[in-house]
Design a binder for this molecule. Structure first.
Ligand code: GYE
Length: 318
């Protein structure tokens, strides 16, 4: 936003709390829901003036955006960071300018926790573990069935990872591997990034299908990549999901994923809750009053299985 426009905001609505929000991109349905939630909570009606910037999946854009917020002398800065490292310098600049920073969704890697006032987001490591625990339970159930199609000595797993070095990728990989390493019969065939997008997810999955002819399980670290992967699987005349050859574990739980679960194409979706706006607004309001805030706030999250998808989706807004 040009400086003149900001001045305008400030003059006419001097009571509003001015917040600069650097969103990392618009790569997924999850991200859209997250952006909307934050825009809604930090609206004029609620006493905020929000300056939104889209980093287009590049940390360097985000750093520029944060610098522009500092220059514009906003009251608070909210950052959903693309990747974890490399934030110290710009956060020191914000600190020097006396602007409190709230980190949302993904986390940053810093030795100095005075560089941010609070973090609001989700526990991605837990999400990864939940995926592993679900698979453990699922395979046990299959093995106890007499005529299960999925009864093998080794289970071949292909992984579509998210943006490398993002908290969502690091946490979900680590959490899942934690469970996988307790199972000698689980074999991770490949683990590559699909950058959290549908197009890249499809591309990498198509490559996996060329390379490996016996994938039993796909672990896809977000729904958008899963949608791409399903297309690649179907174009290869293969089947997936509840009654299909390749079992699919996905993450996020966006509306389209519920469609795919109802169709039986995705077996399970590990929820990641993007509705973080209200919590962020609450934290800013408390900081305004000089109150102490929790340094870390995590959203509640569930696991959705295809069998219960129709009932579980009732009342969901994205
Ligand atoms: O799972 C994915 C998005 O950081 C939790 O980023 C977020 C992830 C989410 O692109 O869809």
């Amino acid at each position: 936003l040009p400086y003149s426009e900001y001045e305008n905001v400030k003059d006419t609505d001097s009571d509003l709390i001015i917040v600069g929000f650097s969103q990392l991109g618009s790569e997924s349905d999850w991200r859209t829901a997250n952006t909307k939630s934050i825009q809604r909570a930090l609206s004029k009606e609620n006493g905020f003036s929000l300056i939104y910037s889209n980093g287009r999946q590049k940390q360097e854009n985000q750093i520029k955006d944060v610098r522009s917020f500092i220059f514009q002398e906003v009251d608070y800065i909210v950052i959903a960071p693309e990747t974890e490292t490399g934030w110290d310098t710009v956060l020191e600049e914000a600190k020097e300018a006396g602007i409190p920073v709230i980190i949302v969704d993904r986390m940053i890697d810093t030795a100095d926790d005075t560089l941010y006032a609070a973090y609001v987001g989700t526990d991605k490591y837990e999400e990864g573990k939940k995926a592993g625990l679900w698979l453990e339970k699922y395979l046990k159930e299959q093995e106890s069935k007499d005529k299960s199609s999925l009864k093998k000595k080794t289970y071949n797993i292909a992984v579509l990872e998210g943006t490398l070095n993002s908290t969502a990728q690091i946490g979900r990989s680590k959490g899942f591997e934690e469970i996988a390493k307790t199972h000698k019969e689980w074999k991770i065939l490949a683990q590559e990034s699909g950058e959290f997008t549908k197009a890249k997810g499809k591309e990498v999955m198509a490559k996996y299908l060329q390379e490996f002819d016996d994938i039993d399980i796909l672990l896809s670290q977000n729904d958008d990549m899963t949608f791409g992967a399903i297309e690649a699987i179907q174009e290869d005349s293969l089947t997936c999901g509840v009654d299909g050859k390749i079992k699919i574990i996905s993450f996020d739980g966006v509306s389209e994923a519920f469609d795919r679960m109802e169709e039986g194409l995705i077996n399970v979706d590990i929820e990641c809750n993007p509705l973080q706006g209200q919590l962020i607004a609450n934290i800013i309001e408390r900081l305004e009053k000089g109150e102490v805030v929790n340094k870390f706030s995590y959203m509640d999250e569930k696991v959705f299985e295809a069998e219960n998808a129709a009932a579980e989706r009732i009342g969901r807004s994205y």
